[in-house]
Design a protein around this ligand. Structure first.
Ligand code: IPD
Ligand code: CA
Ligand code: CA
Length: 270
């Protein structure tokens, strides 16, 4: 793990380095728990799960950051808000819990640091592949220390997209299934990995041209948004409005070049 940190740490701020170390720490806890027997509970719907490892990872991350950065407060998926101070840490300690619980190795830790309302650092760590995605405001985006950028594909018909579905699919007001079908009918491949933070990190690194979903929490998207913007891409709502990470409505993240075409399809009235 040390080597990933060494590759990435040059010229990054203290805040970013702490976010990296915290994500590696949480990721290591998840890696050790992956495939073992552990407690699983349901949250709102029968498929919205939380495991004991969501809590273990979150606790370790918050304790680590709290003891290394004075003036930290937290917005974390499982424990909500805590602490107080000028830096807000937005944490998803296990993004892809359903995958984790079903022994599918696609899950991540997502940590963002916000100062004066602006996300200044974002880290997404995928512990099974040991891939560490890091962005710092104004400094770019990196995968295991190498600079990344969004893909150059500019035609929607050549794109590969990623998506996810809310747990309340039957009731959600954004008609995401209709838009999903619209895009498939255009012959555009869509992947559903089960971790929005990974979907966004993969868009930042050019593996996907774009990602769309609805009703995500700030912990799902805060780090991914900075990764994509620092890698040269764009993140908005489906109708092109600037994306608000706290809104829990639609999100479309892309390489920028297919953005207008994507918004046109996604904002179609159904
Ligand atoms: C979920 C994942 C999934 C997305 C869901 C999220 P969780 O987060 O990001 O890809 O489709 O909407 O809630 O519950 O595994 O942290
Ligand atoms: Ca999540
Ligand atoms: Ca989670």
């Amino acid at each position: 793990m040390g080597s990933i940190l060494d590759q990435t740490k040059e010229s990054l701020s203290h805040i970013t380095l702490i976010a990296i170390e915290a994500a590696l720490l949480g990721g290591e806890i998840l890696r050790q728990g992956f495939g073992t027997h552990f407690a699983i509970k349901t949250k709102e719907g029968q498929h919205n799960l939380v495991t004991e490892y969501d809590h273990k990872s979150e606790k370790a991350i918050i304790e680590f950051i709290g003891s290394n950065v004075k003036g930290s407060h937290f917005l974390a998926e499982e424990s909500g808000t805590s602490g107080g101070g000028e830096i807000l840490w937005i944490i998803d300690p296990l993004d892809g819990t359903v995958n984790f619980a079903h022994q599918l190795p696609i899950f991540s830790v997502s940590i963002a640091a916000q100062k004066e309302g602006k996300v200044v650092a974002g880290v997404v760590y995928q512990p099974i592949t040991h891939e560490l995605f890091v962005a710092e405001s104004g400094k770019g985006a990196f995968l295991n220390g190498q600079k990344i950028k969004v893909s150059d594909v500019s035609q929607m018909e050549k794109a590969i997209l990623a998506t996810g579905f809310p747990y309340n699919l039957a009731k959600n007001p954004f008609h995401c299934i209709d838009h999903f079908v619209d895009i498939l009918k255009l012959g555009i491949p869509i992947r559903r990995l089960g971790s929005a933070a990974i979907d966004m990190a993969y868009t930042a690194s050019g593996r996907f041209e774009g990602f769309f979903e609805v009703e995500l929490g700030p912990w799902d998207v805060a780090a991914g948004k900075l990764l994509i913007e620092e890698a040269g891409g764009k993140v908005t709502h489906w109708d092109g409005r600037p994306f608000n990470i706290n809104s829990r409505e639609t999100v479309f993240a892309s390489n920028g070049k297919i953005h207008a075409a994507g918004c046109k399809i996604l904002s179609r009235k159904v």
